[in-house]
Design a binder for this molecule. Structure first.
Ligand SMILES: [Zn+2]
Length: 403
């Protein structure tokens, strides 16, 4: 018994020492470079991490003992209305960018002018010290995808042309202001861009669409049976030119379909066969110029597959958000690139939706959405998982802030 007590005391002391030394290392902020085409709700700044938490911008100093706080210095603010310095009008994880003491994000919910009925999407600039926010640019038209790369905003808009065709285009505008410029326009109809992301000095994007006229009012129209075409592009801002098919596989049926950079600054991308998804391949390209891409393996397909690449941008792991409608269960599964299950966690409720990103070498971030009963408000919670504790399954999910 005494031995046990002694061992227990030693463990406590060890733990205290361990915790103490960890606190010191927590002050060092690791950069996050893992932009995901659809969302990017966690970024690192000079002193800590910033989150877009259901329309609220929040700051966390990187210490697991501390909570995140709303980025708002307004006295007595409850952080629930538009007057809050940290709140912008968006309720989805969305995308947040940090540059030189400021955070940038578009309001994903457009605003309609009550008189002209014109819609616009404001780009917000939020001071990283919580001292204020302002709208610096408006996208006129239907904003879809956007990214901010090397202080330039790139965004996709969708327009209906004079022949009633739906066409998408990509535009750029510098963060410091200036004229918006169209850099590319699709030749396809009903096109969609799923990826728009900067990496290694270029902007990568893809398109999916059909090269034919369609009567959208035709009740017989078989949308899935149409001859969908898929292309990928890279835009070089220095030369102001767009290159088609910048990443090609040896197999001609495979096309670049999705892309992410990871926290080491490398690129992870999927080559996809749009007829046969079982052939999809996952590749890794080192950040150094001239180094050959490395094949990581087949992309997982089937139930809960990682075709949306939730968290594949990790040198070691793939993070998979899974949902099983039959058993009404969902959660997170983490595999290594040999498809061995490393970590598994189940959400308490099937109504929870959590988006995970492998933020840094130390942390994985989650953004959980939950519809509250009797309220229109969607509760969003930012979560953190210690990445170095995944392998022995001791990683705990720690909530940092709710909106
Ligand atoms: Zn506030």
């Amino acid at each position: 018994m005494k031995k046990c007590l002694l061992l227990f005391t030693c463990m406590i002391i060890l733990c205290l020492y361990g915790c103490g030394s960890k606190k010191e290392s927590a002050s060092k902020v690791e950069p996050i470079d893992c932009e995901y085409a659809y969302m990017n709700y966690a970024v690192s700044g000079d002193d800590g991490y910033y989150f877009l938490c259901g329309g609220l911008v929040a700051f966390w100093d990187g210490d697991l003992e501390h909570q995140a706080v709303p980025l708002c210095n307004r006295p007595g603010c409850k952080h629930r209305t538009d007057e809050c310095e940290g709140r912008i009008s968006t309720s989805h994880p969305g995308k947040l960018f940090y540059s030189d003491g400021y955070l940038y994000a578009f309001s994903q919910w457009w605003k309609e002018d009550p008189v002209t009925k014109e819609v616009s999407y404001p780009l917000w600039r939020i001071a990283a010290d919580g001292s204020g926010k302002e709208k610096i640019f408006y996208v006129e038209g239907d904003l879809k995808m956007y990214t901010i790369y090397e202080d330039v905003v790139y965004y996709q808009i969708e327009e209906i042309d004079e022949k009633e065709r739906r066409i998408c285009s990509v535009w750029s505008v510098p963060l410091k202001g200036g004229e918006a410029k169209m850099i590319w326009k699709s030749g396809l109809q009903y096109g969609n861009i799923a990826v728009l992301q900067g990496f290694g000095g270029k902007i990568y994007f893809d398109e999916e669409g059909v090269d034919m006229s369609i009567d959208m009012n035709d009740p017989e129209l078989d949308f899935d049976g149409l001859d969908w075409e898929h292309y990928a592009y890279a835009y070089d801002p220095q030369k102001d030119e767009v290159i088609k098919d910048p990443l090609k596989g040896e197999d001609d049926s495979l096309r670049f379909a999705s892309i992410r950079s990871n926290f080491e600054g490398n690129l992870i991308y999927v080559l996809c066969n749009f007829q046969d998804r079982n052939k999809n391949e996952l590749w890794y390209k080192p950040k150094d110029e001239g180094e050959e891409p490395v094949y990581l393996g087949k992309q997982m397909t089937g139930k809960g597959a990682d075709r949306n690449m939730i968290g594949v941008a990790d040198p070691e792991y793939r993070y998979m958000e899974w949902r099983d409608r039959e058993t009404e269960t969902c959660g997170l599964k983490i595999y290594d690139h040999e498809n061995n299950l490393v970590y598994e966690m189940q959400e308490e409720s099937f109504d929870n939706w959590t988006y995970w990103i492998p933020g840094t070498e130390k942390y994985v971030f989650g953004c959980r959405e939950r519809q509250l009963e009797d309220e229109a408000w969607i509760e969003t919670t930012i979560l953190v998982l210690e990445r170095d504790k995944l392998a022995d399954s001791t990683a705990r999910i720690i909530p940092l802030i709710s909106n």
